[in-house]
Write a protein that binds this ligand. Sequence first.
Ligand code: CP
Length: 312
Amino acid sequence: MTVDAPARTSPHRHLVDIDTWSRTEIEDLLSLAVEMRASRAARAHRSLLEAETVGLAFYEPSTRTRVSFELAAKALGATVVDLAVERSSAGKGESLVDTLRTLERTGVTTVVLRHSASGAPHLAVRETGLRVINAGDGMHAHPTQALLDALTLREAIGPLDGKLVAIVGDVAHSRVARSNLHALATLGVRLRVGGPSAWVAGFERWAGLEVATTLAAALDGADAVMALRVQTERAAADGIGSLDDHVRDWRLDETRMQRAAPDAPILHPGPTNEGIEITAALANGPRSLIGRQVENGVPVRMAVLARLAGLA
Ligand code: CP
């Protein structure tokens, strides 16, 4: 399918959780993202979303997600408004729902919402008429990150079916990990999480998921490794001991990566805590896909915006 074909009917008006998307839906979305990458370079779809107004409502800091959604929406001709939460009436105590209803009244059609509260996007779906895209809610989900990670992985290591991906570090607090576990499992990936016991506790209940509590076991034979940011804003007093212990036992470097498959790439959603969960040499070295992940953010989010609007 090309984006010039008649618009397809998507069963999804929102993107809150990736676990409600089928394998075909995810694979179609990734194919559309590849087309969108080319169309962005050719400036081919500058009017596709001209009737849409996209509101960016980021109640937590963001660089990659916020900027790439803004560029994606503009590349497709949408009007974009950034709520700029710190300068909004949220500072006067206005609730999330009232804020979103206000955006809707002003003409916003789609909201891209990041919030510290897990479930905030579900609330937005329930309480407003907006099309809702989850840009990260608490520890729950970050579906567009999982989509761009899947595209980046597929382009680096080929078809994902049967490949082994290890997700390593602060799994407990990571919405990126949860969305990747859902998306990659749907795409047929064999999955392993690894981290200090306190940060992988409970994940043994996920069907088919391997759990490792040493770095060597986590990396062993992996076709790709995804490092996670130690979320100091959420992880305080969470039973892992000191950051020094974490660096000693879990920091990824070139030498430790030799436990993984030869040339296995390293991913990280960013921002990295260089020197904590990953060394600068590994993050910036030849195995690193971190830059590709950022680059893929724009076309993946173009595809999401267009598909949810039913225009591609
Ligand atoms: N990966 C990610 O969500 O990065 P930002 O917080 O910079 O958006």
